[in-house]
Design a protein around this ligand. Sequence first.
Ligand SMILES: *Cc1c(COP(=O)(O)O)cnc(C)c1O
Length: 271
Amino acid sequence: MASATPASLPSSERAAELTASLADIRTRVAHASTAAPTLVAVSKYKPAADILACHQAGQRDFGENYVQELVDKVPQLPEDIRWHFIGTLQSNKAKTLAAIPNLYAIQTLTSTKAADALNKNLPSTRSTPLHVLLQVNTSNEDAKSGLPPLSTASAAPDDHALLSLARHVVHRCPRLHLQGLMTIGALAESLGAGDENRDFEILKQTRDALEAELKAGEGVWGEGEGRRLVLSMGMSSDFESALRAGADIVRVGTGIFGSRHLKGEAVAGAS
Ligand SMILES: *Cc1c(COP(=O)(O)O)cnc(C)c1O
């Protein structure tokens, strides 16, 4: 990483505002869950100063959607940040991402090509594997990326894309650790009453089906602890219901940082 000027803190008003909204979201996360879920603070379009203020308030997990924005921010900020890439992953950007020493997870893996590119380019100096989550398109919307879900009701065909990709990561990508599944899901506003949990239920079913397939398959998956797939689901508008439905990771942007104003911004999460 090229050296960069370290970020400085925002105004004390802004720092106080961020500390308060972060504390509020943390309280709500704790109330909605009996486990200890991971809160990823989604900082896309927000300045490094804002991230530093949250870091001072103890936040360590941050999510970014754009490779260049992430590459610009990383060297300005503390090395103990765990960065989560949550944007559309193009395999030609895998090399750039793989070079980020404190990249903790890629939550949007959808192809063996990108998996191979990451695995090949991760430096051997990394002490831990890169966590990957496979993105599932639970709402079946054309605009969302992600692989089709699995069902617990019937066995998955051997060539199902999600199953093939999971096996590929487990058996062929030693520098990657298959951590779980991620979904964006339908936006809360577009759901009817009572529909709220459909995408979350589909992701959970997909996880159960995939775990069963991996355990039944050849190889070492399923031995030992930590061989459990986690669920990344829930954003500012629905993280509490996602937690009640069993989310292990929630990704909250506007709830912490406020709304995003930059032009070119797509509907939250549509990328
Ligand atoms: C932007 C984004 C988020 C955060 O969305 P908010 O509604 O601001 O909380 C979460 N996940 C993904 C994949 C995103 O792109």
